[in-house]
Structures are given as C-alpha cells and as structure tokens.
Ligand binder design. Sequence first.
Ligand code: 7TS
Length: 430
Amino acid sequence: MALPQAEPKNSHHLAKHHSLSDAFGSVNIKQDFPILFKPVRNQLLVYLDNAATTQKPQAVIKSLYGYYTGKNANVHRGVHYLSEMATQAYESAREKVRRFINARETKEIVFVRGATEAINLVAQTFGKMTVKQGDEILVTELEHHANIVPWQMLCEQVGATLRVIPMTDEGELRLAEMEGMLNERTRLVAVSHVSNAVGTINPVAHIIGIAHRAGVPVLIDGAQATAHLRVDVQALDCDFYVFSGHKMYGPTGIGVLYARKALLEAMPPYQGGGDMISKVSFKTGTTYNRIPHRFEAGTPNISGAIGLGAAIDYLAEFDIDEITAHENALLAYATEALQQIPELRIIGTAGEKTGIISFVLDDIHPHDIGTILDQSGIAVRAGHHCAMPLMERLGLSATTRVSFGLYNTFKDVDLLVEGIHHVLRIFKAN
Ligand code: 7TS
C-alpha cells in the first residue's frame, strides 16, 4: 500500500481547523514540536514512544514560560494581583478539562499528578470507604501496573479479593466471563480504555453497562485514550475516569481524576494539608473544603495544569476524530509493512486498536532491538511495559513497542521498517 508522503516543508503552525488531509501525512505537524528537530545520534528523530510520553508542542512550552514570566503566585490564597491571575488560570484549566471530557461540572475534575496518583486516590478513599473484608474488585489481564497494584494494596489492607477478567490470545477481553464474575460482593470494576502494551481498545461503554446492571461502579484508566480517541464521560456513564497530561502533549506531573459528583462528595479526603480544609482547630477538629479542593491538598502543580489546558487547546485545533483516523491509517500501514517481515510476530491483534504495535523479532531481545533502532535515531520502547501479568499471560518476558502520536508520518513507518531490517542484518551476520 503506497501512501502519498509529502515532502518536508517549512510552513508554519497550522491554521485553526486546517484541512487535516493536507496536514497529516506531511511533516507540517512536526513543526509544532521543537524537539522533533533536535538531531538524535546525528539524525532526525523518529519518535515512536508516544505511549510512554508524547512530545510537547510549542504552544504548551510557551504557556509554561508565560505562566512563570507573567503570572506566578500561589493559588486560592493571596489577595494580590498575581495570585488572582494564577488562580484564574489554574481554574480556567479545570474548565478546559471539563469541556474536553464533557463532564457535567468542574467540581468533578480533580487535578492530580497523573493516572497513577488518580487510581491510588480512588483506592484509598472510595476504596477504603466501600470495600470491606470478603468483597471483590475486578480488573483485567490487560492492565498497566498502575491499575493493578493500588487495588492489590487495598485488598491486602481490607481483606478483599482482586479478580481478573481474562483475555484472548489476540488481546481482547472475554466479556462473557466478566458477567459471571460480577456478584453481590463486587464493589468496583477497574479497566483500561486502551491497553498500553498491545493497543486494544476495550469496549468500555459495554463494560460499564454490564457492571451498572449489576449495581457496580466502574473506573476507566484513560491514560492511553485521551490523546487518540474522543472521550465523553457522560456518554460513557463511567463513575471514575483517570488520565495523565504528559501522554496527551501536556506537561509531566499533572493528571486528572474525573469522578461523579455524588461519589466525590461522599469520599473521605486523600491527603491532608493546606487548601483541602475549611476550618482547622485543635479544640473542635477539622472540617474539609468543598470538592474538588478537598482532594487537592497543598500547593498544586499550577503550571502543569495551565500547560495541560494549553495541550487541550492545541488538540482542539484538530478534530479528534481526524487524529484517530490518521493514527488508524498509520496503524494499518505499519501493520501491513511489519507483517511482510517473516521473522516478526505482532503481539496483540485485537479488532479495535489504537496506534500501538507490540512485536517480537526472532529470538532477538527487545532491548537489543531498541538499542540498535536508537542508533538510527528511532525511539521505541522495549520491555514489559509495566504490564507483567499481560506478558505472563502471553508467555513473553518482553516485547518491542511502537506507539504513534498525531505528528507521526508514513515516512516514520518506512524508517522503522528499514531499521528493523538493519537489526536483522546485524543479527544474521553474527
Ligand atoms: N495506565 C496506563 C494504561 C498507562 O499506559 C500508564 C503509563 C499509566 C496508567 C500510568 O501513567 P502515569 O502517567 O501515571 O505514569 N504507561 C506507560 C507506558 O506505556 N510506558 O511508559 C508509561
């Protein structure tokens, strides 16, 4: 399948709602990301590790610079000008997040460090409140450790059991089994929207329907979804949705917990400290602030939230469905090209996938593959992808993983394929 590949151009930032059929497939979008023009090992970077973290557009970098040069102060405290500016910027980022995932109210948006912290928060607040000895929590075989370990810790603390929804060899959840696993002791289903290790898009709306019919709330780990798929928490009807800013072109150290208002209002606080209280007294005890501030103890990541807001604005310059379509086209093109390599086996062949391809190549260790590709300026991830139970299920210790972002091109895929042939040549020569 020979797809057209436009030549590099020095044109500038895309106009708002630029025709994406022009923009994608060319390198125009790369121009928004300064780091993609930094030579890596004397070559132009081919960045294919977007599931680990995405690169940041100039607009996000500028927003951080703008914050620290024009607005820096602590939030929700000072009466002075800069504090008002910082608070306004921070709270307006919350509104951008609300709109981005279509939550009903900004109260339902809690800023956290990332998906990991959001899940730990839910486990230690909602979990401690509702999960008792003998109760059960359901996760799946496809989860990242961030959506396993906090639940294991909770189960150990309260004497509950973690049960695991199995998957097929292709990497699809066996939902018929899930129905049989729900019972009157089940307190929560925690499932990823998209698997980071093999790219499966789980049918989360369907899963939420099944769980809700059994009266069980659902947490969706959207770390691998928000940069690639349209997310609407009201349409999904999920109870919790978590994600990380850095995987969607925003800064590191900022992420989001969305929780249904009634749940958030019922949950006990997570960390104690400044900003999360309404009154503190040694005599009469402490009362807590209203949501979402009750869950944001201490000085938050103000610049991070503002940078995430800028990333959301950046994504809004595109139509998210066109981003999905572009990454699907890259996935199809790369899958077909990689299948031509007899020594290569793709791991995870679900019917619905995002732009993530895990593979093994002969018996060459993924770390060797990653290291050799890096010599050609191609960045991929090698290892267990923080999904050791998934690897165990597949009988593997590691894979090499390629993951696309909106700036990747068909040329990037061609360079990857060339790089893999180079790896094979090196190993065959030895
Ligand atoms: N959930 C999923 C599905 C993830 O892919 C990750 C990170 C996390 C949770 C945790 O996100 P964090 O931002 O809190 O660290 N996944 C990966 C990855 O695939 N490679 O590096 C990190």
